[in-house]
Design a protein around this ligand. Structure first.
Ligand code: AMP
Length: 384
């Protein structure tokens, strides 16, 4: 999570929002400038390079972890959030770009969100082509500076490509008749991204060309892509993005290892997929006032936990009715209740809370086996 600041300043780009505005940076005790990682592609390559396994063959790796950006917090935009992603390094083949995009599509299907998302693609060409386009775009926008908002004007000389990303209406109007990247692309660059798109479409994933898609990180070339909800609110709705970065490894001092990858935002995916998992214990164990000692109740809970079951232990006691009510509120599958009658018989009553199957009374020593049996009969009954 902690990296040297210079790693990002150089590779992500001094003039990108992520570095210029959003990087959490501070000095270590010895004066070394550190930062909290805002993304994980650069750290992944740094770590692989440090371990000496970049450059020999193709490396395919994935990550999941916390990222930090000092943004204005709002829904879907947090200062600490989580990303998972994959990087495939060591080949110029468009097959690798297609593989990464298909991996995303597979994950969206598994999460049940594939139908909600749309894939946008752009071709950012080679470094030379980007430099040529940068000039063309600057020339055009210098004739329209009155229409540019403050952010765009600041970027005109430092990072004009990022202006394409603007949401400001006047700036967008100034861009309407701007030259497009496609005008400067040579045949090799064109073929690369066209091949990627042809391959993924052949596998049933539709790509929408977006000539204004530039991404917030400077290391991308050729293929760039984003997955987002269709419609206007794309920037807040993007759940994942990525692209090809052919000179990044060389720039961080590793072997010349071209690669491609993606990063997905976990919080946004959770919201989209409605994956909020309701924590549900297997059993809620409750003891009526004075029936058995707390230590004995704990020992019973532990015997269930030792059998791999999840158990919530009631802390309040009271009469049987109150015990069953709290058990039900806990959302557990079963109530395991010990009243004075059960205590005298060294037994417990197990009741289904999620279906109407009969309750059972079992000896306390038989609790783990009985709870397991009733869990599976309960599951079968509710699936029917
Ligand atoms: P990026 O590489 O900046 O496009 O980030 C990739 C994905 O991470 C985005 O599509 C979002 O889903 C997610 N993400 C980026 N920044 C944030 C943030 N501040 N809070 C929550 N999710 C974020």
């Amino acid at each position: 999570m902690l990296e040297r600041e210079e790693l990002f300043a150089r590779q992500v780009g001094e003039d990108t929002d992520i570095v210029a505005k959003e990087l959490y940076r501070f000095a270590d005790r010895d004066g070394t400038q550190l930062c909290l990682r805002p993304e994980a592609t650069v750290p992944t390559l740094r770590a692989r390079a440090a371990a000496g396994n970049l450059g020999a063959g193709t490396v395919r790796v994935w990550y999941f972890g916390a990222m930090f950006r000092r943004e204005r917090p709002q829904r879907g935009r947090y200062r600490q959030f989580h990303q998972f992603g994959a990087e495939a390094v060591g080949s110029l083949s468009p097959l690798l770009d297609a593989e990464i995009i298909m991996l995303c599509a597979r994950i969206w299907r598994e999460l049940g969100v594939a139908d909600k998302l749309e894939l946008q693609v752009n071709n950012l060409g080679s470094a030379d082509e980007r430099a040529a386009y940068r000039k063309l775009l600057q020339q055009h926008l210098r004739t329209r500076t009155d229409d540019l908002d403050e952010a765009a004007r600041a970027r005109l000389e430092t990072n004009p490509l990022r202006i394409l990303d603007s949401k400001d209406e006047d700036t967008l109007a100034a861009l309407a008749d701007a030259p497009e990247m496609a005008e400067v692309l040579g045949p090799a660059s064109r073929k690369h991204v066209d091949d990627v798109v042809a391959m993924i479409e052949d596998c049933g994933v539709k790509a929408i060309w977006n000539p204004r898609l530039v991404r917030g990180l400077d290391y991308y070339g050729l293929t760039v892509f984003e997955w987002a909800l269709p419609g206007d609110e794309r920037r807040q709705s993007a759940v994942a993005g990525g692209g090809r970065y052919d000179s990044l490894a060389a720039q961080i001092g590793a072997a010349d290892a071209p690669g491609v990858g993606f990063a997905a935002g976990v919080e946004r995916l959770l919201e989209l997929a409605d994956l909020a998992v309701e924590e549900q214990a297997d059993a809620y164990l409750a003891v009526a006032d004075g029936a058995i000692e707390p230590a004995d109740a704990l020992r019973l809970c532990e015997s269930l936990r030792n059998a791999g079951l999840s158990v919530i232990e009631d802390l309040k006691g009271g009469k049987m009715k109150a015990l069953f009510r709290r058990a039900d509120q806990s959302k557990a599958s079963l109530a395991v209740v010990i009243g004075t009658r059960e205590a005298a018989a060294k037994a417990a009553t197990i009741k289904h809370l999620r279906c109407s199957l009969d309750q059972r009374e079992v000896g306390q020593g038989d609790l783990p086996a009985a709870v397991k049996e009733m869990l599976s009969s309960g599951a079968a009954a509710t699936n029917r």
